[in-house]
Design a protein around this ligand. Sequence first.
Ligand code: SF4
Ligand code: SF4
Length: 418
Amino acid sequence: MIRGVKLPKFKSISKNKRIGFYNKPKFVYIPLISGNDEDITITVKKGDYVYKGSVIGRRKGNFKIPINSSVSGTVVDYTQKVYSNGKKVKCVVIENDFKEKEEIKPVINKKISKYTKQEFIKTIKDCGVVGMSGNGDPTYLKYNTENKINTLIVNCTECSAYATSDYVLLVEKCEEILETVDALLEINEIDKAIIAVKKNDTELLNILNSFIGTYLKIKIVTVPDIYPIGWEKYLVKYVLGINYNVSSIEKGVVVNNVSTIYSIYEALKYNKPLCERIITFTGDGIKKPQNVYVKVGTPIMEIINKIGKTSNDIKIIVGEPMMGKYIESEDIIATTDISCVIILKQLPQYDETECIRCGKCTKYCPVKISPVLIKDSKNNKEKLNKLNVDKCINCGLCSYICPARIDLRSIIEKVRDN
Ligand code: SF4
Ligand code: SF4
């Protein structure tokens, strides 16, 4: 059984607007972090000239994936800015010369489906392609396996109540995305691809159906409109009826979301490193909610000010309201894992009351742990050790469903971080 809830929808606020562009930040702050790994070798020094796409740092350890500049210009400093997780992270500061100069690379003169597997792995690794929702792990790891991959699932569910960045990308670039999915099947000898779309997302279904005609190995599968259907384990379970332990690749399944597929396309087609993305800016605190194509490292406040605030005192939530973080600092920067920024005039206020022992939080938890027991045992390490706190995926369902309005998700997050 899939445990979940139907969320209110706010997507229409930003869905059918043209994609905006914000490509003129005077400075970008490129965060020295990859996934959750801050162990980065810096490859530039103050005064260096860098091109758009130049490598400015590289992850250490086994996954030496690069971090790239999103502008051409000069390295002027190092500083700290706020990352999507709400914590400060070291950044390389680059002064933009607005010339958008790129390194001269060999012209790729072949169809993207004609890459060998080795060339494919090397290209998406060198272009720094990472998962653009969730943990930001290097994407090549999913494909670089000895296991036979039998199915590629393209996650088009965009579970969030607000985000429409994947939606607009799919509408604008449907042909390119399908071409990439087809190429991924051919390069990796994958049997089939499944495009997972919510069953009531009729506009998306119409667009996909109008382009999919000749791709015989790509099928569209509709899934229920419940949160968190986009969570990889649920999606694989619902679409294929398969359970797995740690990674879907155990069962020969790779899952990518729409933005990641498009960054694979840009890597294969143009050798373009991942340094830009579409972010939804929405909510009642902004004058013209819209999806904006932005450079990694751009201060989020700069984009909000450009679009226009409806009030001087705004609140910023980064990500989906169920999982996202309220960010108090104005130092937050755009990163590859941010799909949505919600700008509100004020945060919703809830009056927390006593737990009524209804058990709903446990009943709904997708990873089958007990939020109420974790709350009750938060100061008892021995008890906590038996409650599988590490399994929590931070989905926020327990807080959402709790009739006493207890913010269980935050309690569990604190317990886990201690
Ligand atoms: S936030 Fe964690 S504990 Fe709460 S429902 Fe989600 S997975 Fe379960
Ligand atoms: S849902 Fe809320 S009220 Fe019900 S048991 Fe869990 S914490 Fe208590």
